[in-house]
Design a protein around this ligand. Structure first.
Ligand SMILES: Nc1ncnc2c1ncn2[C@@H]1O[C@H](COP(=O)(O)OP(=O)(O)OP(=O)(O)O)[C@@H](O)[C@H]1O
Length: 262
């Protein structure tokens, strides 16, 4: 089945489908039989505390690590069997910043486009479009060092969009940002979903980044404890407050903790 093939339910396959993935570092399982989906045209929040396994999962999806168990499909392409097809359909913003501070915004984007084999004039057009998508077209000639943390993140998103991906992966992109920049970044990514129909997997430990229309995957100690709509997470965690529901699902709500310490 390829990206354009409808599933048996008549719906296009999700942007990302992970099934039964386990990954260990020595004796320690960082991911244990993880299955999840990130639909197209949707914001999927991968929520987990430190050490939950979010970055390990991103490393497997992006092929920094080889997935030896289960399967990972991006727009219908298995990352092991069709890595070039799968990788060409995803854009990634890693947790640590990876822009060259001494180069201009445009130089950073053109360098990345060259790595993707995009010709110079096509790269310039793609970079200008991507920068306008994140509201930074006027900063193209500025050195990255002159930008704020939030603007640097938006340049990284523009860079991830250069080759026109259908799936955008962001690993804790708001780390270190102030509230205003955090909100702006979220708004921009949600706008990309609405305008372009891309699927987004957004890793975070901040439940206040979740909105009511989002999909949620609760990851804890390498296991998916719950996934579904915000309504389903609230029902599962028996709380109208998503944060409280999440803590109850992972067994770290006040009641569970008091049972442990009793
Ligand atoms: N290269 C590695 N070698 C050994 N253990 C690792 C390695 N990378 C991650 N781990 C362990 O795997 C588990 C999952 O880590 P991971 O970084 O994927 O979690 P995370 O959810 O991204 O957390 P954080 O928010 O702190 O980045 C943790 O227990 C971590 O210590």
């Amino acid at each position: 089945m390829n990206a354009d093939t409808p599933t048996s339910a008549g719906l296009p396959e999700a942007s990302l489908v992970v099934k039964g993935v386990t990954h260990a570092f020595g004796p320690k399982k960082a991911l244990d039989d993880v299955s999840l989906e990130a639909p197209s045209s949707a914001f999927t929040a991968l929520v987990g505390q430190n050490g939950a396994g979010k970055t390990t999962l991103f490393s497997l999806i992006t092929r920094l690590y080889d997935n030896r168990s289960g399967s990972i499909r991006v727009l219908g392409h298995d990352v092991r069997r069709q890595p070039a097809e799968a990788l060409s359909r995803m854009g990634v913003v890693f947790q640590s910043r990876t822009l060259d501070l001494e180069l201009s915004v445009m130089q950073n984007l053109l360098y990345h486009a060259a790595l993707h084999g995009i010709g110079r004039s096509a790269a310039k057009r793609a970079a200008a479009t991507a920068l306008s998508r994140v509201g930074l077209e006027s900063r193209a000639k500025d050195r990255v060092r002159a930008l704020s943390g939030g603007q640097m993140r938006r340049v990284e998103i523009a860079r991830a969009l250069l080759h026109g991906p259908s799936l955008l992966l962001l690993d804790e992109p708001t780390t270190g940002l102030d509230i205003g920049s955090r909100r702006q970044l979220l708004e921009e990514v949600r706008r990309l979903i609405a305008e372009d129909g891309i699927g987004v997997l957004w890793a975070t430990h901040l439940v206040d980044e979740i909105e009511v229309a989002d999909r949620v995957v609760a990851l804890h100690k390498g296991r998916v404890m719950a996934s579904g709509s915000v309504g389903e997470i609230r029902a599962r965690g028996k709380s109208e407050d998503v944060g409280a529901a999440f803590l109850r699902i992972i067994g770290e709500d006040d009641e569970a903790l008091s049972r442990v310490s009793a």
